[in-house]
Ligand binder design. Structure first.
Ligand code: ADP
Ligand code: MG
Length: 349
């Protein structure tokens, strides 16, 4: 994972801006019918006919949102696309195109950019999104990546953060907390490596956690899964910032409260083991960890039977009146007020 200084590298400057763009973008394929014109002109042209168009943008800054000492560039490229695709999925829409803008310093050779774009290409293929443009420029020091994702949906399919009713159930896809603990494992290994570079990390017990951190997947399957169950989500949000804060967003947007049940929160067995090892509370991590690109949504109470045994989804609670507040109901059946905690504070227990 760490840089190999002996590799032969090519300076970006030797290609020039246009050479670089051509080199990095020549492998992108176009699959979407809605893409009329992609890379190669002043702007792309899209045609969504009678569909609604959904747009979302993210900015990723080296040292703030990612650390290249344990995040390989290929994974970073993949994850950057995933994070944006996830936002489109969280509108209950289908991702169709992305634009990719990068600012890069001369610290990075061409080969590093090739790795980044290899990850972007992989993700674009995996999620069937066309890369239709972007911008390439220089930065003084770090790497900056901005992705815009575009998607389509019928008007009646779109799920906003608002739309939940007082009796709705709260449902989450997948499991929670793994990405955060994956990062803790990687950070620990980095420190061990810095003390003694001959220490090779043994990560066998953490494969799932590390994969959730380094190669997360967006839930572009949820829209279709719900369609098959004949369930329309009343409100939806992606929980990349942690379950607790996103549940609170849903509550506030809908002027409602909620009861979230600790025993229902889905976690992977690897998470349970690693939380014991790090001596941190599993529920705290699952509630606040973040970077799990899962979807949180509300459904009508009468849809309970349709979803209750589905392995993709877990009912974790229900909405209540605003005056009842937002609570976690613990295993001991006590009620704790929900708080959104920054993930920086998580390890300071
Ligand atoms: P402009 O001068 O209009 O900014 P550029 O020369 O920067 O155009 O870009 C030429 C073409 O390459 C455009 O279609 C642009 O969208 C595309 N492009 C530039 N950088 C990237 C990138 N990092 N990823 C994908 N497409 C890019
Ligand atoms: Mg440009």
């Amino acid at each position: 994972m760490l840089e190999n200084k002996d590799q032969k590298t090519t300076s970006i400057a030797s290609l020039g801006e246009f050479g670089l763009i051509e080199h990095l973008t020549k492998h992108f394929k176009i699959n979407q019918e809605s893409t009329l014109k992609s890379i190669g002109d002043d702007a792309a042209v899209l045609d969504f006919k009678d569909k609604k168009v959904i747009v979302s943008t993210d900015l990723l800054i080296e040292g703030v949102h990612f650390d290249l000492s344990y995040m390989p560039l290929k994974h970073l490229g993949y994850k950057a696309i995933v994070a944006n695709v996830s936002d489109i999925c969280a509108m209950n829409a289908v991702p169709t195109q992305v634009t990719v803008s990068v600012a890069v310093s001369n610290r990075f050779p061409l080969e590093a950019m090739e790795e980044l774009f290899a990850g972007i290409t992989l993700a674009a293929n995996a999620y069937n999104v066309d890369v239709i443009g972007g911008d390439t420029t220089s930065s003084q020091k770090g790497l900056i990546i901005s992705i815009t994702a575009i998607g389509e949906a019928n008007l009646d399919e779109i799920a906003y953060r608002s739309g939940a009713a007082q009796t709705d159930l709260l449902v989450v896809s997948g499991d929670l907390g793994a990405a955060y603990m994956g990062l803790q494992v990687l950070e620990r290994e980095k420190q061990v490596f810095q003390v003694n570079p001959n220490n090779q990390p043994i990560l066998d017990d953490y494969t799932y956690l590390i994969e959730r951190q380094l190669k997360p997947e967006a839930r572009n399957d949820v829209k279709e899964l719900l369609e098959k169950l004949e369930i329309k989500p009343t409100a939806m949000i992606d929980i990349s910032d942690g379950l607790s804060s996103e549940v609170m967003h849903i509550c506030k947007q809908n002027k409602l409260g909620c009861n979230l049940y600790e025993e229902k929160i889905p976690v992977d067995p690897q998470l349970i083991n690693v939380c014991e090892e790090f001596n941190v509370d599993i529920t705290t991590i699952a509630l606040n960890g973040g970077e799990d690109y899962e979807l949180l949504f509300t459904i009508k109470m009468e849809d309970f039977e349709k979803i209750k045994h589905n392995p993709n989804f877990t009912i974790i609670g229900h909405m209540v009146a605003e005056s009842e507040g937002m609570h976690l109901v613990t295993r001991a059946n006590t009620k704790i007020e929900l708080k959104a905690r920054g993930w920086n504070s998580l390890m300071e227990e």
